[in-house]
Ligand binder design. Structure first.
Ligand code: ZN
Length: 373
């Protein structure tokens, strides 16, 4: 099983420069590789292999125009093509969004170190190829096992972290059997974070909601500051810091909810994101909600692996909101504003979200042939 260990890094000014060079070069290779893939697919309908892309990197280094690539750890450059491969796998297998070009303006910059780094717990430092020993607070020991890829990242407020994957060489437990009684359906809420088929509504915690309110205030303040002014810079840093705080609060909350769901149920049914909807230019709030939902599902999935539980995915094309979970009546007149409705066929009273999560559970179990249609 792979587990990640994350530590704060304190690079010197020179090391920081080198990190920037690595972020930039790996982003360049990632974008270049994505462009190659798109171009060659459009020209010949063929897919370029990672092997060919890595050969291409060697050619780029020799063409006289990209000498700066030689100053960067070459395994990290190849790590960028691996990242791209993973993004395509996600796109095809899990119907996630098509891989996007990376921007220097992304709030978090990162690069991979696949191997040849050394962790020195006693002296609180990690050796990185081309960079040297970087001061790192190793506040907890690495688990026993093989060291896999490490990822160095920089947050928008300027903090550095390294996340190290360790393979403990143990197999995942076998999946437990599941039935109607120990499967739960979970739906994304508009008002609440999530709703379960047991009727539980899981709300975002108050401190997270407060931070999001404050973000609105600070963002508005930032937009009013004059471009290039000192005050604008200050306001921008405030916004970046708050973004980080919100992201931490959100991850903590998602960890709690996902651990609880995985420990209390043998199977969890969820709806996957609407891929075609993701290409549309929808509002920022929806975009954040989608991103938050997909990071929540990622947590559910790896925890399910750890504990031998099952995640059942259904597509969002199934109209879980509009179908009566009791008699199957399709309520075509329902709008987004209808929070409660009464089924005209069987007179059942429905809470919109709970009804949807019961349907998600039903559709998922039907897909497994565990209940009749
Ligand atoms: Zn009904």
């Amino acid at each position: 099983m792979l587990k990640a260990y994350k530590y704060r890094m304190y690079p010197t000014k020179e090391q920081e420069e080198m990190f920037f060079q690595h972020f930039g070069a790996c982003r360049f290779i990632y974008n270049w590789a994505l462009e190659q893939k798109i171009k060659i697919y459009e020209q010949d309908g063929k897919s370029v292999s990672r092997f060919d892309l890595n050969k291409g990197i060697t050619m780029l280094k020799r063409d006289g125009k990209h000498d700066w690539l030689k100053e960067v750890n070459s395994q990290s450059l190849q790590g960028a093509t691996l990242n791209l491969d993973n993004a395509f796998t996600k796109f095809f297998r899990e119907k996630m969004g098509f891989p996007k070009f990376k921007s220097r303006k992304n709030p978090v910059q990162a690069y991979n170190v696949p191997q040849n780094y050394k962790v020195d717990i006693e002296n609180n430092r990690i050796y990185l190829p081309k960079i040297g020993n970087v001061k790192t607070i190793l506040h907890r020991p690495l688990g026993d096992g093989d060291l896999k890829t490490a990822t160095v990242s920089r947050t928008s407020s300027g903090k550095y972290y390294i996340s190290i994957l360790v393979d403990d060489n143990r197999e995942f437990p076998e999946k437990s059997d599941f039935s109607v009684n120990d499967t739960v359906g979970v739906d994304v809420g508009i008002k609440d974070f999530a709703i379960t088929s047991n009727g539980d509504k899981i709300d975002n915690p108050r401190h997270l909601k407060n931070s999001m309110k404050r973000l609105k205030v600070l963002s508005k303040r930032l937009s009013r500051k004059q471009k290039g002014s000192k005050n604008r810079n200050k306001a921008r840093q405030q916004v970046a810091k708050l973004h980080e705080k919100i992201s931490n609060q959100r991850h903590d909350f998602q960890h709690k909810v996902s651990t609880k769901l995985v420990s209390e149920n043998q199977a969890i049914a969820v709806e996957t994101l609407n891929v075609s909807g993701m290409f549309k230019n929808h509002c920022l709030a929806q975009h954040i909600a989608d991103a938050s939902w997909s990071s929540f599902i990622t947590k559910l999935e790896y925890k399910a692996e750890w504990y031998g539980k099952t995640i059942l995915r259904i597509g969002r094309f199934e109209p879980s909101t509009k179908i009566c979970n009791v008699c199957g009546y399709y309520n075509s007149s329902m709008t987004l504003a209808d929070r409660k409705w009464k089924c005209p066929e069987c007179n059942a009273n429905h809470d919109r979200d709970i009804n949807a999560s019961i349907n998600i559970k039903k559709f998922a179990l039907q897909g497994q042939n565990l209940i009749g249609i």
